[in-house]
Write a new protein. Structure first.
Length: 130
């Protein structure tokens, strides 16, 4: 647990020092994502620690803490990945300026530029040309 806290503190000091980068939003977003993953891991470790009160010999079940922390980190990574995809969803959706009819017209104009070489497949008895 102490190692995890030390790692998070070190990362919080290291990441802001990289402010010379061109995109501060990316750095801030990455820092927030790492903090979220660390917090999820810490939350999982706390939940794993809470399970020790329900067993007869808690010293034999200390691995519950590490298991909870691992599950928390995995769920944190899944959440960050999902959030990252949702954040960039606006870039993937079509804009009003380039609607379907304009796309069809663009494809009609530019399909003549594509040239595909002929490919032959087959053996002595069977030939196929694409």
């Amino acid at each position: 647990m102490k190692k995890l806290i030390c790692l998070l503190l070190c990362l919080s000091f290291v990441l802001p020092s990289a402010a010379f980068a061109q995109e501060d939003d990316l750095i801030k977003s990455t820092q927030n994502d790492l903090i979220l993953i660390g917090a999820a891991g810490a939350g999982g470790a706390i939940l794993g620690l809470s399970t020790l009160s329900f067993v007869d010999k808690p010293s034999q079940h200390v691995s519950n803490i590490w298991t909870g922390a691992a599950i928390g980190v995995i769920l944190g990574v899944i959440w960050v990945a999902y959030d990252s995809v949702q954040r960039n969803q606006d870039d993937l959706t079509s804009s009003v300026d380039f609607n379907s009819s304009e796309r069809v017209a663009w494809h009609a104009e530019n399909t003549g530029n594509l040239t595909l070489p002929q490919v032959q497949y087959g053996t002595q008895f069977w030939q196929m040309t694409f």
